[in-house]
Ligand binder design. Structure first.
Ligand SMILES: [Fe+2]
Length: 205
């Protein structure tokens, strides 16, 4: 079985119709099956030349996830807690990354400044944590297994951690990441620090 077949197993291939509101997001708790996004309208070969809405970013990460030739060669796993990642595409409107995870990997709490985003987990298992007052430093955790995707707007604050060894995910952001907010939580006090997208996100506390 090819990787694409493994990612898109035979079965229900009913297309997930784009929402009427392209700014609607698909939270991790309601993540979609990648194999149901069978005919994405937005792909790396069919970019509209403008900023993309969350629903379009979801289609884009589904399309890239279904095309392992675009990212498989970049899959590698860092040592000492470092995450391995590679930029697959960047233009004036969108950037696309492949990220590789081991269980000790942790982005720490962060936002994406003015960018919307989407994440497709192609293999393994990640956990998305949503910040919630009173929920403690792990927030509200939502496991996202391989074969599922979610999206978010620029208002989103989250933390991603690896759970299964050798997990891989595809991420797209529009407008492309430039600055990000990274948070520390000390004694219940949350503080934001502006960092460059080129800085590897990791917990600061
Ligand atoms: Fe993020």
């Amino acid at each position: 079985m090819s990787t694409a077949e493994a990612l898109h197993p035979a079965g229900d291939r009913a297309r997930v119709e784009p929402p009427a509101d392209p700014d609607a997001v698909v939270p991790a708790a309601a993540s979609v099956d990648l194999h149901r996004v069978a005919e994405p309208a937005v792909t790396l070969d069919r970019l509209p030349g403008r900023d993309l809405a969350p629903a379009e970013l979801l289609e884009l990460v589904a399309a890239v996830a279904a095309d392992p030739e675009r990212w498989e060669a970049h899959v590698a796993f860092g040592e000492g807690g470092r995450r391995h990642y590679a930029l697959l595409h960047r233009d004036a409107h969108v950037d696309v990354w492949v990220l590789c995870w081991v269980p000790e990997n942790d982005t720490g709490w962060h936002d994406h400044d003015i960018s919307s985003g989407a994440v497709a987990v192609t293999r393994g298992l990640l956990v998305e944590h949503n910040l919630a007052v009173g929920a403690g430093s792990t927030g509200v955790p939502t496991p996202v297994p391989g074969g599922r995707a979610f999206s978010f707007g620029p208002d989103h604050i989250h933390r991603l951690t690896g759970l299964a060894p050798a997990s891989v995910s595809i991420h797209a952001y529009s407008p492309p990441l430039w600055r990000m907010g990274q948070y520390t939580l000390r004694g219940g006090v949350l503080r934001r620090r502006s960092v460059s997208y080129a800085d590897e996100l990791r917990p600061l506390d």
